[in-house]
Every structure is written in structure tokens, then in C-alpha cells.
Design a protein around this ligand. Structure first.
Ligand SMILES: NC(=O)c1ccc[n+]([C@@H]2O[C@H](COP(=O)([O-])OP(=O)(O)OC[C@H]3O[C@@H](n4cnc5c(N)ncnc54)[C@H](OP(=O)(O)O)[C@@H]3O)[C@@H](O)[C@H]2O)c1
Length: 258
């Protein structure tokens, strides 16, 4: 077990811990899952498709990492509960699934708004309720919610997504406050512009070029650049970091004009 006497790099190790990363068949979820596995955690990947998860799982296992996969649609709470019931102890939860709806406000039907809030925000609460009792029992847990810079900076064409991410940021503070005495920390990661597979068309568009210019680093992030934040917040090194949002955006949200 890590203690104050451990050498400094050891405090970033996750040996003996199991982490569930939702939405880890690709994109930022996959990069965070790989980072946690390389830091020593047993990783449970998650997505909706066993076929899409299989090569990722094989890659982790071929590298010698402990790994498994859970398959469920985030809006199906019975499937979620069944999957987690068979998953064993989970020490680290990264809730990374985040659907987007880039339509203008008047085109988003109330049902579509509610569905997105359910998948991006309400599901986080459902997952936390499932993993929390074991964490409290073991007096150790890490809850990490993936928000976005839109949680505090809005742009046109993302109303439901913006509302969901703002809610996740607030939920992070509520979890940190309520669970602080239990050995659990709750933090958020707020990514800026990452050139994930899903975002490649946007990154190559005129809007994507404007975002590149808007960023003080003058580039989109590579997907792997999210992993360090996840490993840090999950690690013993972050034992007193609670209720924090770690922004990983190349300076976008620090700048008025870049
Ligand atoms: N990329 C960025 O620049 C950026 C910026 C700010 C915030 N973020 C946030 O970071 C997170 C990851 O972004 P990303 O771009 O890496 O996402 P992505 O490439 O779209 O990856 C989505 C992952 O989530 C799973 N998923 C999506 N909807 C699901 C649902 N309803 N139920 C179960 N699984 C579902 C997908 O699984 P399947 O294989 O089943 O499709 C896939 O593994 C999101 O929360 C996003 O809001 C990203």
C-alpha cells in the first residue's frame, strides 16, 4: 500500500486497483483506460458494442495488463446495474460517455434534450450509486467525471450538451462535499479541443481552424494528452485533491483572446 514513505513515482502507481472507464472503445476514454492500465490498474473497458471493444481488450491483454469489458447502453439502467453487479470491486470510476447534439436550441426537441441529459448527467449519478457502497466499505475510491470547457464557457449550437456538462461539474462538487469523509475523492476533467476520431471532421473544418487559432497553444490536442490528468486524479498522489476540475485545454479557458 502506498504511504507517505513511498518514493515519489510510486505515488502515481495504481497497482491493485480496478478502474471502470465508460465510453472507452475509442477517443479520450480509450486513452485514459490505456494510461490507467500502464500505471498498473486492472481496467474495465466499456461501450455498446462487443465487436468494437474486442480489439481494445486484446491490445491491453497482449501488453500484459489486467483487463475486462462491460457492455451496456448508458440509458438502460437495468443493463448498467446487471453489468456492474458482475464486475467485482471498482475502485476508480471515470464517467467519460458524453453524447453531443450540435443543433440550435429551437431544433432540439424536449425529448432529445431530456435524453441527452439522461445519458450525460443522470447516468453519472446512477453509476456513482452503484460503485459508491464498495468504495465506502474499503475507505478508498476515486470518482472522476469528464465534463468539458463548455461547462463554464458556452458556444452556440450545443445547449443540451452544455447544460449536461455544467450539471456534471456541479455534481462533482456535490459528491466531493458529501463523500469527503469516506475516503472517496470526486473530481472532474475538463477537456478542450481534442482531435479524437469523432472530432476529426470538425477539426478539419473552418470552425475547427477557428478553434485552433482561439487556443493559446495554437493546436488541437492529441487524444493521448488527456491520460496524464486521469492517472493523476486516480492516483495516491492526488489523495487530497477533492472537488477540483482539472482543465486540459491548452489554455483556451484561461484566455480572453489568444
Ligand atoms: N473530444 C473532445 O474534444 C472533447 C472535448 C470536451 C469534452 N469531451 C468529452 O470527453 C468525452 C469523450 O469524448 P470523445 O470525443 O472521446 O467521445 P467519442 O469518441 O464519441 O467516444 C464515445 C465513447 O462513448 C461510448 N458511448 C457513446 N454513447 C454511449 C451510450 N449512450 N451508451 C454507452 N456508451 C456510449 C462509445 O461507445 P460505442 O463504441 O458503443 O459507440 C465510445 O466508446 C465525452 O464526455 C465528451 O463530452 C471531449
Amino acid at each position: 500500500m502506498i504511504s507517505a514513505l513511498s518514493t515519489f513515482p510510486d505515488r502515481f502507481r495504481l497497482d491493485g486497483r480496478t478502474a471502470l472507464v465508460t465510453g472507452s472503445a475509442r477517443g479520450l476514454g480509450w486513452e485514459m483506460a490505456k494510461g490507467l492500465a500502464e500505471a498498473g490498474a486492472r481496467v474495465l473497458l466499456h461501450g455498446r458494442s462487443p465487436e468494437r471493444l474486442a480489439p481494445r481488450l486484446a491490445e491491453l491483454q497482449a501488453a500484459g495488463h489486467g483487463a475486462g469489458a462491460l457492455v451496456f447502453e448508458m440509458s438502460d439502467r437495468a443493463a448498467m446495474a446487471a453489468a456492474l453487479a458482475g464486475a467485482g470491486a471498482i475502485d476508480i470510476l471515470i464517467h467519460n460517455v458524453g453524447e453531443r447534439d450540435r443543433r440550435p436550441i429551437n431544433e432540439i426537441e424536449p425529448e432529445a434534450f431530456a435524453r441527452l441529459i439522461d445519458v450525460d448527467l443522470v447516468a453519472a449519478h446512477a453509476l456513482v450509486r452503484l460503485v459508491m457502497p464498495g468504495m465506502i466499505e474499503r475507505r478508498w475510491g476515486r470518482l472522476i467525471l469528464v465534463t468539458s470547457i463548455v461547462a463554464s464557457l458556452a458556444s452556440p449550437g450545443s445547449a443540451s450538451y452544455t447544460a449536461a456538462k455544467g450539471g456534471l461539474a456541479a455534481l462533482t462538487r456535490a459528491l466531493a462535499t458529501e463523500l469527503g469523509a469516506t475516503g472517496i475523492t470526486a473530481n472532474a476533467i475538463s477537456p478542450g479541443f481534442f482531435a479524437t476520431e469523432t472530432n476529426l471532421p470538425l477539426a478539419a473544418s473552418p470552425a475547427g481552424e477557428r478553434q485552433r487559432e482561439r487556443c493559446p497553444a495554437k493546436r488541437w490536442a492529441e487524444p493521448w494528452e488527456i491520460a496524464g490528468a486521469a492517472v493523476f486524479l486516480a492516483s495516491p498522489a492526488a489523495s487530497y485533491v477533492n472537488g477540483h476540475t482539472l482543465i486540459v485545454d491548452g489554455g483556451v479557458s484561461a484566455s480572453y483572446l489568444a
